[in-house]
Design a protein around this ligand. Structure first.
Ligand SMILES: *Cc1c(COP(=O)(O)O)cnc(C)c1O
Length: 350
């Protein structure tokens, strides 16, 4: 009975089956011990390796796309449209998923990070978008979610008139956060692995951007009665706005799995202490986290997401929110190709 229950995330959370999912990534992803980093910090650390989930350098958006593209497949779409930052991992993985499904990808790149660095503007994810054959357009603003979505919709209309069947992935706050289901599922997957290994963490540390990874993991954990503190590290917005965002997204995700009222105010824990000077920009803490993880564990982290989240983990230990000796699970959400786009920023940071 218990073995059966441990068999798959869907056995633990059958409501996941309400939603159609396309298979894009390898799962379960491994959980690796990071003993040298743990010793350095005075804790025990593991990494959930969602950077290793297979599709075109991997990352958390693979899990999110499995649920975003389910309805698209049902509608027999042949073209997918998405908008994101110049070095967006989501955009790159959407282009990759389109290849797998035999669709065309139209991607819109927004000016979110002030940078005229050549690597930033041509390497990393941009290079990969081209290699994956995506159609690319540019949007001049970086903070106009609704405007970016509107332009995308206009493009979809044109494609429809030209006889194609477009499917738009909207990421604004008024669209259904289907991608969050990927992390509901990931939480159940992680819990199964933990039960098998016996290494149960006292804390989970996870990035908090659009919030679907953080809110999804939180809802998934609580749905199976796993009450571990989950600390979200802000990568884009400050703590106050992020609390509001996670609240909203968690409510919507609970509704999507027909399990309302799982999350309490106190479940939403967020730090923005390593966010300055802002999205996608280096600081001393991020630099230290990237260098130490590389030198001590050969764990490659990027400056925008995984490096910032690891910096947040260091900070939570030093601030004593995570006490010495604690067991901590770091969720590595990927972003690896971006390190090539940011190589000047990483190397030159003082
Ligand atoms: C998008 C992204 C995040 C943030 O995830 P959200 O679900 O948007 O909060 C974290 N890490 C990487 C590598 C990403 O690409």
């Amino acid at each position: 009975m218990i073995e059966n229950a441990l068999h798959s995330p869907e056995n633990l959370i059958p409501e996941l089956n309400i939603h159609r999912r396309v298979l894009l990534g390898h799962s379960p992803t491994p959980i690796d011990a990071l003993p040298h980093l743990g010793k350095e910090l005075g804790i025990e650390v593991w990494a959930k390796r969602d950077d290793c989930n297979g599709l075109a350098f991997g990352g958390n958006k693979v899990r999110q796309l499995e649920y975003y593209l389910g309805p698209g497949e049902q509608q027999k779409a042949d073209t997918v449209l998405i908008t994101g930052a110049l070095q967006s991992n989501f955009v790159r993985l959407t282009a990759a998923a389109a290849c797998k499904l035999g669709w065309q990808a139209h991607v819109q790149l927004e000016e979110r990070v002030p940078s005229d660095d050549t690597f930033y503007r041509t390497s990393g994810n941009i290079f990969l978008n081209n290699l994956l054959g995506a159609e690319i357009s540019y949007f001049p603003e970086g903070e106009d979610e609704a405007g970016a979505d509107n332009t995308l919709d206009e493009r979809a209309e044109k494609l429809k008139k030209a006889g194609r069947t477009p499917y738009v992935i909207h990421l604004g706050l008024n669209s259904q956060p289907l991608g969050g289901l990927g992390y509901v599922r990931a939480a159940a997957e992680t819990w199964i692995q933990i039960k098998q290994s016996g290494n149960e963490p006292d804390f989970v540390v996870i990035p908090s951007g659009s919030g679907l990874t953080h809110a999804g993991f939180l809802v998934g954990a609580r749905a199976i009665g796993w009450n571990v503190p989950i600390i979200g590290i802000c990568v884009r917005r400050d703590r106050a706005s992020q609390i509001t965002r996670i609240n909203q997204r968690a409510k919507e995700i609970q509704k999507m799995i027909a399990r309302p009222n799982l999350i309490k105010e106190s479940d939403i824990e967020i730090s923005d202490r390593v966010l300055a000077p802002g999205y996608g920009q280096m600081n001393k803490a991020v630099q230290e986290a990237i260098e130490k993880s590389a030198h001590m564990e050969a764990l490659i982290l990027d400056p925008v997401y995984s490096g910032r989240t690891m910096a947040g983990l260091f900070d939570q230990v030093r601030e004593n929110r995570i006490p010495l000796g604690a067991k901590v699970l770091f969720v590595h959400t990927g972003g690896n190709p971006a390190i090539f786009a940011y190589q000047n920023a990483i190397t030159d940071f003082k």
